[in-house]
Design a protein around this ligand. Structure first.
Ligand SMILES: C[S@@+](CC[C@H](N)C(=O)[O-])C[C@H]1O[C@@H](n2cnc3c(N)ncnc32)[C@H](O)[C@@H]1O
Length: 316
């Protein structure tokens, strides 16, 4: 409508013709055609502000959904690949490892429930993968309580029947010998060369989007416990910080126990969006902040995760 009035006015007036008061939509007297055009353009711009805002929101939402579906697809492909391996493996090949792996859940009060639920899913995934691993580790979940226990009771009551896992309400330091403990943390100056099967490796049960930088390192130092980081720097170049999600650390260790190669373990488990490339193969591609704490296995209970793995096995 605004455009029509400009056209009709412009048709009969030369460039700088003065427009009579009655015809000036703005109510301004003696407005030139150029001024009028500018004003109308401005009005139109203002009118469409909300529309532009909505369009921007829609585009952002679309990008987010695309990214989520890409991540989900990637995760499913990984599960399929892992499932395929399990399927091929006769049961007699399963040799439990003596290595003990702890998820230390003493950070419960530092998380919001939405992040506790993510941690819960990561633990479900660790459990399901461990149950099907060639060399399952001795799996401990310590300091179980608070919001995590609440989430488990609400979302997956079957956890009380989980096998080959030790749930402890106590802190890991009360359950396991101090001199055997090694806290895994990306901030440690010590680099893990290989796994010592007599040790107990501890993973911080935390989903914090890096809000509590270095907290597991600090806690390990406070308690005088050995610590080490995974040898990512020797094999992988990433644009992001090398802080991984609990289940990624857990799964890397399981693959390492099976294949005896850190490189293979990293490239089997790390999500593509971490932009990981081998150290001698140029620069990493995708910048990313923080850990993959938003990784959510697309299932609700450990049994469902197991079912899903079975399903992917049967498809191959
Ligand atoms: C999401 S991270 C927690 C990050 C948290 N800001 C911190 O400082 O611990 C979860 C746990 O995974 C383990 N982790 C993550 N990346 C690691 C790495 N590169 N090397 C060794 N452990 C790692 C640590 O045990 C860490 O506590």
């Amino acid at each position: 409508m605004a455009d029509d009035s400009v056209h009709s006015l412009m048709d009969n007036n030369p460039e700088e013709t003065v427009i009579p008061h009655e015809e000036a939509v703005t109510g301004n007297q003696n407005m030139s055609k150029r001024q009028m055009k500018k004003l109308l353009k401005q009005q139109k711009w203002e009118e469409e502000r909300e529309l532009r805002k909505q369009k921007r929101k829609d585009r952002k939402q679309q990008r987010r959904l695309q990214r989520q579906s890409q991540d989900k697809q990637e995760e499913e492909e990984k599960q399929d690949a892992v499932g395929q391996d399990f399927r091929k493996r006769p049961r007699r090949e399963v040799v439990p490892s003596s290595l003990r792996l702890v998820v230390d859940c003493s950070f419960d009060n530092l998380m919001l429930m939405k992040d506790v639920r993510k941690l819960h899913k990561q633990i479900q995934r660790c459990y399901a993968i461990n149950r099907r691993a060639q060399h399952p580790v001795q799996f401990y979940v310590t300091s179980l309580g608070g919001q995590l226990k609440q989430s488990m009771d609400e979302k997956d009551k079957g956890w009380v029947n989980w096998k080959d896992i030790s749930f402890e309400t106590e802190h890991y330091s009360e359950v396991l010998a101090k001199e055997e403990l090694v806290y895994l943390t990306s901030d440690s100056p010590n680099v893990l060369e290989e796994l010592d099967l007599k040790k107990v490796y501890v993973i911080g049960g935390l989903v914090d989007h890096n809000h509590h930088k270095g907290i597991s390192f600090e806690r390990a130092k406070e308690r005088g416990i050995d610590h080490a980081q995974l040898p990512l720097n020797s094999f992988v170049k990433m644009n992001s910080r090398k802080v991984l999600a609990v289940n990624h650390v857990f799964e890397i260790i399981l693959v390492y126990l099976e294949k005896g190669s850190w490189e293979e373990a990293f490239f089997t488990i790390l999500p593509q969006r971490k932009g990981a490339v081998a150290v001698d193969k140029g620069d990493a591609a995708t910048p990313e902040k923080g850990e993959d704490s938003d990784l959510e296995p697309a299932t609700n209970t450990a049994e469902q995760t197991e079912e899903k793995l079975k399903y992917s096995c049967n498809r191959h």
